[in-house]
Write a protein that binds this ligand. Structure first.
Ligand code: ADP
Ligand code: NA
Length: 336
């Protein structure tokens, strides 16, 4: 089993990114290792240039994301962790697959329609061919499984269609060039809401820093943010149904539950009937305890450019070693 998953390089990482995304990659890494499989995680820096971007920000976000992943538990010795740009085989394979992908297939991609909006003429060509690069990202490594959320299912289908057509046109069923990857549903991700508004997602783009817990926040800041989090005057209910219509309370209890590996009902069994004067300090201390080791490693690593570059360099070397045979076989099949 070999899984391949791409991650958008992003800066200003927060608790929502950790609980909603990064923690799942760590879990998949551990599952893969337990089964003798292999996990490849790449920073999708080549994808990032399909939308307006700032070169310096892209470069620093890529490294910040690597620092966060490693601090949160992605182990570069157990997973292959790299960025696309350092493995030129991604872009090369994409070009070769452009010969197989059909305009009609790409025209049907809902993400293209959504992202280009009414301004198709002004969209980058990369935005249109992005799903072909995604196909290359996984086919290059003969991925057997790709974790995909709802929004990415269509792109994985496309990768399979491209692989199948290529195998049909230029190889044979007995001797295919590409493995058709199967989708796997990632472990259910927590959805963390803003500390200032229980109906809005916790996000880096929220103008209020008090609305989120950043992975760079120290213990005092975390305690302060939790204590100031918006709530209501009612005590906590004794079961989940009592949280209906209480978005802020539900969010805080939900965070407590995921951080302890418990359930909402499990947390309410302990805290039901208590007011926030009691619950908030408990939640704050829990967050401090769980995030302190991550925070320490993250803060140290994100300023160690040399160490981050070394991680990416080593990861790219390992990735290239896996990519080259597929790319060679692709050229050969095409008579190139
Ligand atoms: P932001 O909303 O801060 O801009 P991104 O859009 O860059 O975050 O998301 C990066 C990853 O983190 C995505 O996989 C996304 O699903 C996850 N994520 C972001 N915010 C949250 C959140 N509040 N709760 C759960 N997951 C989140
Ligand atoms: Na966002």
């Amino acid at each position: 089993m070999r899984i391949v998953s791409g991650i958008q390089p992003t800066g200003n990482l927060h608790l929502g990114n950790y609980l909603g995304a990064i923690r799942n990659w760590v879990k998949m890494q551990d599952d893969m290792a337990a089964q003798g499989g292999q996990s490849l995680y790449f920073l999708a820096d080549l994808h990032a240039i399909s939308m307006p971007f700032e070169p310096e920000t892209l470069s620093s976000n890529t490294r910040e994301m690597v620092a966060a992943l490693v601090a949160c538990g992605i182990d570069p010795d157990r997973s292959i962790l790299f960025n696309q740009a350092q493995v030129p085989q991604h872009a090369e394979l994409q070009w070769l697959l452009n010969g197989t992908a059909r305009m009609g297939w790409l025209n049907r991609m809902t993400q293209w329609k959504d992202k280009a909006g009414k301004n198709r003429e002004g969209a980058s060509v990369a935005l249109f061919t992005y799903p072909v690069l995604q196909a290359a990202d996984v086919l290059l490594y003969q991925a057997t499984h790709v974790p995909v959320g709802e929004d990415q299912k269509q792109h994985l289908e496309l990768a399979r269609d491209i692989a199948q057509k290529f195998n049909n046109d230029f190889a044979s069923e007995e001797n295919p060039v590409f493995t058709l990857p199967e989708p796997i549903i990632p472990p259910e991700a927590a959805r963390i809401m803003s500390l200032r508004d229980g109906t809005a997602k916790m996000s880096k783009s929220d103008p209020s820093d008090m609305a989120r817990i950043n992975l760079t926040d120290d213990a005092d800041t975390i305690m302060k943010k939790v204590k100031k989090a918006k709530t209501d005057p009612e005590p906590l209910p004794s079961e989940k149904a009592g949280l209906v219509g209480r978005a802020e309370a539900a969010n805080l209890v939900g965070i407590y539950a995921v951080m302890t590996g418990s359930t909402v009902d499990g947390v309410l069994a302990d805290f039901g009937g208590e007011g926030f004067g009691k619950f908030k300090p408990a939640l704050g201390e829990l967050l401090v305890e769980k995030l302190a080791p991550i925070n320490a490693r993250f803060v140290e690593l994100r300023q160690d450019r040399g160490a981050l570059d070394a991680i990416l360099h080593k990861g790219a070397e390992k990735a290239r070693a896996l990519a080259v045979p597929t790319l060679d076989a692709t050229y050969k099949a095409l008579g190139l």
